[in-house]
Design a binder for this molecule. Sequence first.
Ligand code: SAM
Length: 214
Amino acid sequence: MRLRNKPWAEDFINAHPHIVIPNPEDFKGNWNAVFNNDNPLHIEVGTGRGQFITGMAKANPKINYIGIELYDSVIVSALENAIEAGTLPNLKLIKINGEHSARFFQKNDVSRVYLNFSDPWPKDRHAKRRLSHENFLKLYEAFLIDNGEVHFKTDNRELFEFSLVSMSQYGMLLKYVSLDLHVNMPEDNIMTEYEEKFSSKGHPIYRLESQFLT
Ligand code: SAM
């Protein structure tokens, strides 16, 4: 994701605390209070400009969604997207590093994690930064419900293979694997920004659904 300097981003984010939660650590174990209901919570780590998470929130009003993003200059576009979509009480954004998720979520807080077009970190020495590395899987397992799921999409073959190996070696069940999602596009597929970009260039989209067995 290209980072642009947006000096106005911080003020704009601060002006919308009902969408970009300013104090996410306060809701660890109590995210229902943010949404005012007991619906399941699905999160996207690395939500970028939020096209996917906003589309999911619109399509599934009975599920709560949180988009997690590292950068002000990017999450501010997700915020703009959410505002443009109209009132979506089931969508929130938080500006945190997914690496620190244990500060914000605890066991049973989340039912599903989405990883879409995560940064591939192609060098072996950076493998631990990949969001499907076993260290991240451990973090997700710690806050997911029992048998919680990870849904993953990418156009990057190497990252996809790495993730298949990482998740199966971790002992997760691979429930669904597609090497070309758009050949038989599921009706309920919501395209991410990167999915649109890369599929329009003819790249196949890889997708998997995996489940923790604990
Ligand atoms: N998911 C979007 C899509 O498919 O269009 C965006 C993909 S973009 C390549 C990856 C995004 O993940 C970037 O916006 C980046 O800032 C964010 N990101 C990378 N590592 C992260 C981390 N550890 N925690 C939170 N966000 C992260």
